[in-house]
Design a protein around this ligand. Structure first.
Ligand code: HEM
Length: 489
């Protein structure tokens, strides 16, 4: 289907004309716009932007070619795409860490960091996943109106700070990560042309952003200095990065690179899972039958104890809820690539140095692979119907042979796929299970959800929901005070 050198028969990809219209649509509601373009023009769409062309690819086999088979022909430095002014300025905060680096340098760094994410190691974090989830609910009261987006962000930040850096949520570093402005300054410009230039203007938002980034940098460097003074036996990520030596030269990793990897993992490792949990609660709020089924499962597996990793295989429905939530609301808006050579996909020519975009939201809504794509249906993820005689055409469909693997890619695919995939899945299911023992969340009447697609996809105005203390099997579960023994620190 795809080849690196283009055949003479390859045609230009179809797509809309008019740069300004495309730009306005992209900076307004890009998700609906891009889905409509796929419906109108097919699996490869050429979209004119300010200074380059975006080629949106949404056929799963073609996506596989870009991310897996021909991955070496693609870099992530879309800053250099087109005339180089269209940019996602993630580098401004992440530097040259795992998310933003490319080529052999990236491969070397990935090999180094991968051991932190091996399955057994993550299983060791299970207790922290459950305890920190238990902590977060200790201050909630029946009837509270909570912003679940804020609560989930705090929870996932606490988890990543504890598991990867061995620091608590009220540490300076965790507070400095939370203080990085997301809605102004360079991270605000990511969907705009000339982002690189806008990020340099002396605007108040830019100023606040750079001040908080510099504060974070200083704290991370201080933490590194503390680790250096330790016995060198630390097992957290910083200790591992500081102890690592280049296999060929024996050189340690440069200070600046350790900073970049650390901040990359802190940022990439919490906002995404927070978004996944937020959307799961939004969907459960409007699907009481799915929510009740999840609570039944949690009660059956746990009673009133905290979950452990050994329980995970029994959380079949809870896991399906999470999978389906990130199908409908994939936390990462898009995967961006720059082809190093011309290539051909689905019979269309894509020039080198263009901007290739894969938008999970669009791929996950392809009716060819996802019957009734807009429907929240966790039963898609079950191997077999759960109740005798169930004749639901959706049940088991997502695990049916024949569906291309990359028709579902919330974590990307190929060698650049999310390093935190297993981490966040375990974390997500354990958080849902821990909180679901005692709480359910009702939508706030009149609140309209509005997905905001920037680097991540999250509700533009947060997610206010009413917290209700659950009564399971007619028994009122004990309040948080009675769980003080579970609290971690
Ligand atoms: C639901 C949660 C998460 C989602 C949906 C998610 C999604 C993704 C996606 C789509 C990519 C690939 C981007 C691309 O190919 O352009 C990615 C990469 C990455 N993610 Fe995640 N992520 C999640 C959680 C995490 C966690 C918990 C961590 C770390 C603790 C993490 C760290 C990373 C890193 C370091 C990369 C870059 C990997 C590389 O290029 O080698 N992510 N993530």
């Amino acid at each position: 289907m795809t080849q690196v050198s283009t055949a003479p028969t390859a045609t230009a990809a179809p797509g809309p004309t008019g740069r300004l219209r495309a730009l306005l649509a992209m900076s307004g509601n890009p998700l609906n716009y891009l889905t409509a373009l796929r419906d109108q023009y097919g699996p490869v769409v050429r979209i004119p932007l300010a200074s380059s062309e975006l080629y949106m690819i949404s056929d799963p086999e073609a996506v596989h070619e870009v991310l897996v088979t021909s991955h070496r022909n693609f870099h992530k430095d879309v800053m250099s795409a087109g005339r180089g002014k269209w940019a996602a300025p993630l580098e401004v905060i992440l530097g040259n860490g795992l998310v933003t680096s490319d080529g052999t340098f990236h491969r070397k760094q990935r090999r180094l960091i991968q051991p932190m994410f091996h399955h057994e190691r993550i299983a060791g974090y299970g207790r922290a996943f459950a305890e920190l989830s238990n902590d977060i609910q200790s201050g909630w009261k029946d009837g509270d109106r909570l912003d679940l987006q804020a609560e989930m962000t705090e929870l996932t930040l606490a988890i990543v700070a504890r598991t990867l850096f061995d620091v608590p949520l009220d540490s300076d570093v965790a507070r400095a990560i939370a203080a990085i402005p997301r809605h102004e300054g360079p991270l605000r410009w990511d969907a705009l042309p000339f982002a690189r230039h806008l990020a340099k203007l002396p605007l108040p938002g830019n100023k606040r952003f750079y001040e908080s980034r510099d504060n974070l940098d200083a704290l991370v460097y201080r933490l590194m200095a503390q680790r250096r003074q330790g016995d060198g036996q630390g097992t957290d990520l910083l200790s591992l990065l500081l102890a690592a030596r280049d296999a060929d030269t024996g050189e340690p990793i440069e200070e600046r690179q350790v900073r970049d990897e650390a901040i990359t993992l802190l940022m990439a490792g919490h906002e995404t899972t927070a978004s996944a949990l937020t959307w799961a609660y939004h969907l459960l709020g409007s699907h009481p039958e799915a929510r009740e089924r999840m609570h039944e499962e949690i009660d059956e597996v746990l009673g009133d104890r905290l979950p452990t990793v050994e329980d995970l295989p029994r959380f079949v429905w809870t896991d399906a809820v999470l999978s389906e939530a990130i199908r409908l609301y994939p936390p990462i808006m898009g995967l961006a690539r720059r082809p190093l050579d011309d290539f051909e996909v689905c019979g269309h020519r894509i020039p080198k140095n263009s901007f290739v975009g894969i938008i999970p939201w669009v791929v996950h809504r392809d009716p060819h692979w996802w019957p009734q794509p807009e429907l929240f249906a966790p039963q898609r993820w079950l191997d077999t119907p759960q109740s005798a005689g169930a004749a639901d055409e959706l049940t088991g469909h997502a695990v049916r042979p024949g569906r291309p693997r990359l028709a579902y890619l919330p974590f990307g695919g190929g060698p650049r796929q999310c390093i935190g995939n297993t981490f966040s899945r375990m974390e997500g299911v354990m958080a849902l299970a821990t909180l679901g023992r005692h709480w359910e969340f009702e939508p706030v009447p009149g609140f309209a959800i509005d997905p905001l697609a920037r680097i991540t996809i999250r509700p533009r105005h947060g997610l206010p929901m009413s917290a209700r203390r659950r009564k399971a099997g007619g028994v009122h579960w004990p309040g948080p005070a009675e769980h003080a023994d579970h609290r971690s620190r």
